[in-house]
Design a protein around this ligand. Structure first.
Ligand code: GAL
Length: 353
């Protein structure tokens, strides 16, 4: 009798251990006998408004797909805490937990090798997103892809918006010296979006005949707080001299605007300020005239392509319906948003409050 009990307890323990291991990425159980797709999403840090909004869209897309594909889909979202070594470890854990597909926003876009090697060894496709790795790395293995925006195009659009406003508003050149004194607030050093947005926005303004005087380029790591602090410092040094602020994203543009509001300067002495992303706060600020423009970074489109590609890779389907550029890149277009367009979008999305 004792022996029987012992056997039963060993069997129960075995069943428990098996269930636990099979729980995979998220610790959730297999649902009935539906097949389970496990997606591991690894962001570069915990808090980035744009990346978090994109990740929410991605979750939403997978939720819809659960029904249409009759699958159980488990999406686990983690982050690399701003350190590549930590992100590598997180990816390793996700692979050990049984992920089928990885979506990775690299901390350091020049250092994807560990992740690529681990994924390749375990035959797990990787969709890199947002931080574009160099082409040679992406070409290392057939199951690597990149989904993002066309960074250069966003800079061109920002430059076009600013040039149009400056050329149609005689008051833009406040000191009437025939030149525009400007500041650029940049995202992180080495990020393709920061480099290309800055170069292309400035290049477009110049190509359109706007004469520019650079006051300063400041790195503010995509952050509103950093941008507000750096801009406050610049206002203390240059008072009402700055006529244009080009920010690599909306968070930094909003930080710049706050610095002006706290500066004591009169509104007529504020510069024109432009951002990129078109998240809720950015759109609202453009609609109300606090910012003069933004460029819509299509998070819905990028998330949708990532979800569709994950599914096609999981089901081993042909990828002929995807519009790849250079076999590996899915690049979504940006859209210009001026005041009028922002009002429409705010109204449409019903987030006027
Ligand atoms: C950019 C976006 C920024 C920030 C960055 C992170 O595309 O415009 O707001 O999210 O990605 O890598």
């Amino acid at each position: 009798m004792k022996k029987l009990y012992k056997r039963i307890s060993i069997m129960m323990l075995a069943v428990f251990v098996f269930t636990f291991l099979a729980a995979g990425c998220s610790g959730e159980e297999e649902v009935h006998n539906k097949k389970t797709l496990r997606v591991g999403v690894v962001k570069y840090i915990e808090q980035d408004d744009y990346i978090n909004a994109l990740t929410d869209c991605l979750r939403g897309d997978f939720e819809k797909m659960e029904k249409s594909y009759g699958l159980h889909i488990v999406v686990t979202v983690k982050n690399g805490a701003g350190k590549q070594a930590i992100q590598d470890k997180v990816v390793e854990e996700m692979i050990d937990a049984g992920c089928d597909i990885l979506c990775v926003d690299l901390v350091d876009r020049t250092a994807p090798t560990k992740i690529i090697n681990m994924a390749r060894k375990n035959n797990i496709p990787v969709i890199f997103f947002n931080r574009e790795l160099v082409r040679e790395d992406l070409m290392q293995w057939e199951k690597l892809y990149y989904v993002g925006g066309d960074a250069a195009a966003s800079g061109i659009m920002q430059g076009e918006l600013a040039a149009g406003d400056i050329q149609s508003d005689a008051k833009a050149d406040r000191n009437r010296d025939g030149r525009i004194q400007y500041v650029v607030l940049e995202g992180e050093t080495g990020h393709q979006d920061a480099i290309l947005r800055t170069d292309e926005a400035v290049g477009t303004l110049t190509a359109k005949g706007v004469k520019l005087d650079k006051i300063r380029y400041e790195i503010a790591d995509w952050s509103k707080d950093q941008a507000r602090n750096k801009m406050s410092q610049l206002i203390r040094q240059h008072h009402a001299q700055i006529e244009l602020v080009l920010a690599n994203n909306d968070a930094m543009a909003l930080g710049a605007r706050e610095a002006y509001e706290q500066s004591g300067l009169e509104k007529k002495d504020y510069p024109k300020i432009y951002g990129i992303d078109g998240l809720k706060d950015g759109l609202k600020a453009v609609a109300s005239g606090e910012l003069q423009g933004t460029v819509y970074n299509d998070k819905e489109g990028q998330a949708q392509q990532m979800a569709l590609l994950s599914m096609a890779l999981y089901r081993n389907e042909t990828l002929k319906n995807f519009s790849f550029h250079d076999r590996k890149y899915l690049l979504l277009p940006y859209q210009k948003v001026d005041g009028e367009e922002a009002v429409k979008r705010v109204h449409l999305k019903n987030f006027s409050k």
